[in-house]
Design a protein around this ligand. Structure first.
Ligand code: AMP
Ligand code: MG
Length: 267
């Protein structure tokens, strides 16, 4: 998994990762189905422990270009996981109240509590992405946000939050295909927004913004992973594996039962 980790000390460019990467697995979707099912079951088990123990907090951040696969990742990776203790927070255009506060205010409110896994579908990173690309605040303001984000995430980590951040890496051709599919398939029409076409025109500005975000905010306490995401099955497999391995390292256990339960028989 190391090869997908953004080294905290390096300035990176996205061409380092191939969006078509499939790990060299032929017929991968079919071949990896059993492995994916196993990982999914293990995630279910770990989430149950996390919830029962109510000691750790887990934050998963998903960022990507439009059609990058954030929604599909959530649907597949968390398939069958008990919704009790798992929550998705989606970050849309800020409301008036949100705009009246600092950019981290709404993110902090959604941060996980003990025993909880929270998935950020978009996040505070929009404030150095869309905000930067469209000059929604002046440059000297968003430039300082990398530092604020690092400090914020360090604080969450010091207070017991495990943070994993995934950038779903698709290329422009893949986006074209997926946008077209949203137009062509009636059951996908709802996902199409004309504004996505407008955003697509800013493709290279976004790539630059992603690269700077990844370079400046991958930290040992909150690492970024660049996930090749043209192939959905590979994207899901990698993300499942990274989350499962991370949760396993927490060495969780069910809490001790109340004293005096031994030998109790219900009559
Ligand atoms: P979607 O995730 O497709 O529902 O779209 C949400 C939209 O909200 C995207 O176009 C985001 O770029 C936009 N958005 C999210 N956060 C912000 C923000 N902080 N400022 C401006 N736009 C945002
Ligand atoms: Mg959208």
């Amino acid at each position: 998994m190391k090869k997908y980790l953004v080294d905290p000390t390096q300035k990176i460019t996205l061409d380092h990762w191939n969006p078509n990467d499939n790990g060299g697995i032929k017929n991968g979707k079919k071949m990896t189905r059993p492995l994916f099912a196993e990982l999914n079951q293990e995630l279910e088990r770990l989430q149950e422990l996390l919830y029962a123990q109510s000691k750790h907090k887990v934050l998963i951040v998903l960022q990507a270009t439009d059609t990058g696969g954030k929604d599909g990742t959530i649907r597949h990776v968390f398939d069958g996981v008990n919704p009790q203790g798992v929550r998705v927070a989606s970050f849309k255009q800020p409301t008036k109240a949100e705009l009246a506060h600092d950019f981290l205010w709404r993110a902090h409110q959604q941060a996980p509590g003990n025993g909880e896994i929270v998935i950020f579908n978009r996040s505070h990173y929009e404030d150095v992405l869309v905000v930067r690309v469209h000059n929604l605040v002046p440059r000297n303001q968003w430039q300082k946000r990398y530092e604020h984000i690092n400090a914020f995430e360090k604080m969450l980590a010091d207070e017991g939050t495990t943070i994993l951040k995934f950038f779903l890496h698709v290329d422009a051709d893949q986006q074209k295909e997926r946008l077209q599919e949203r137009l062509d398939r009636p059951e996908k029409n709802w996902k199409f927004s004309k504004s996505d076409l407008n955003e697509r025109a800013y493709w290279s500005d976004y790539q630059k913004a992603f690269e700077e975000m990844l370079s400046k905010t991958s930290q040992s306490w909150a690492p970024w992973y660049v996930i090749p995401a043209n192939r959905k099955w590979y994207r899901n497999l990698l993300i499942s594996k990274i989350i499962v391995e991370k949760l396993q390292r927490l060495e969780m256990a069910f809490p001790d039962p109340e004293p005096g339960l031994e030998g109790l028989v219900i009559t």
